[in-house]
Design a protein around this ligand. Structure first.
Ligand SMILES: O=C(O)C(=O)Cc1ccccc1
Length: 315
């Protein structure tokens, strides 16, 4: 199975569905996916399994929320199993509605279904307006709307989803803008099999997962030093259990810059020496197009000059 070489060659795009999810909005916002095949999957794991199996060329999945933090299903799947790489990111502003089957009033709602990240973002509103409502987890926000929109029994009276999902299913909107944080944003990543490296744009990010050789005092500091001494700024750092034993963690990290930037490449080499494993999860353009501040002595030219100087000494 040969992976596509450039992002333009991707034809089949999977996403966390069904239609009406925030993930679908992220995929709709991805230029390279216009006019291509879009396939909904029931969960992040299902979409990434289909990608690994070659059923699709890329998958759009949520990775991080500005309110609730990292999406564990995505972080853990990318950190283990057959390698995958991130080709790009999309930021989607999040607004939630509470919806129900026509005729159901807010006072009648005893249980609410939605995605766990959505529930975490409407907890304050629920505490105030439906303090006794039971939470029923669903695999996505739109899955709760789809369940209410389909005939037959449902495990909950109302759903929390995007306005478009409630509209798609012909549901009544009982309350709008119920997110506790009006400026909530979720970051989605387009993931593919290795073989495609987006070109540097000058405003890029690189994602890696670091596995330590052993547990010792200052271990994390040693990893962070590799970035610090080369002027590489971190934009996300999360520890995740490796699942191997209690207390065993890996570190999922985003940094400013592209693997083809000398300071990022040199950092990865440094990490490769001190880590048990460095899993490279891709270099890709930043959604916000913010360019890094390059500290004195850490530009490509500085690394080139230093290398030429060393070669001269050795010669
Ligand atoms: O369930 C969805 O609609 C998703 O796309 C995942 C999600 C859930 C809550 C906030 C942002 C993304």
């Amino acid at each position: 199975m040969t992976p596509p070489r450039t992002p333009d060659e991707l034809q089949r795009f999977g996403y966390l569905g069904p239609r009406g999810t925030f993930t679908q909005m992220a995929l709709d916002a991805w230029d390279g996916a216009q006019g291509r095949e879009h396939l909904p999957y029931g969960s992040v794991d299902a979409a990434l399994a289909a990608l690994r199996a070659g059923a699709i060329d890329a998958a759009m999945v949520p990775i991080e929320n500005s309110v609730e933090g990292g999406v564990s299903a995505t972080l853990d799947s990318l950190a283990t199993g057959d390698p995958l790489v991130v080709l790009g990111e999309v930021l989607v502003p999040i607004t939630f509605v509470l919806c129900a089957r026509p005729g159901v009033a807010l006072e009648q709602v005893r249980s609410v279904g939605t995605h766990s990240h959505a529930w975490a973002q409407v907890r304050g509103w629920m505490g105030e307006h439906l303090p006794d409502a039971v939470y029923v987890p669903t695999l996505s926000t739109a899955a709760s709307a789809a369940a209410l929109g389909a005939p037959g029994d449902v495990m909950f009276d109302a759903g929390v989803c995007a306005p478009v999902a409630a509209r798609n299913e012909g549901l009544d909107v009982l309350a709008e803008g119920i997110g506790d944080n009006a400026s909530a944003v979720t970051r989605f990543v387009l993931v593919s099999r290795p073989g495609t490296l987006p070109e540097p744009t000058g405003a890029d990010k690189t994602t890696v997962v670091l596995f330590q050789k052993d547990d010792h005092a200052g271990g994390l500091l040693e990893l962070l030093e590799q970035f610090a001494v080369r002027g590489v700024n971190l934009t996300r750092l999360e520890s995740r259990p490796t699942g191997e034993a209690m207390g065993s963690y890996c570190f999922s990290i985003d940094v400013e810059g592209h693997v083809l930037d000398a300071r990022v490449g040199e950092t990865l080499m440094g990490l490769r020496r001190v880590c048990a494993e460095v899993r490279f999860l891709g270099s890709y353009p930043r959604a916000d197009k913010a360019r890094p501040t390059v500290r004195p002595g850490t530009a490509d030219a500085d690394f080139d000059t230093a290398r030429a100087w060393l070669e001269q000494l050795r010669a």
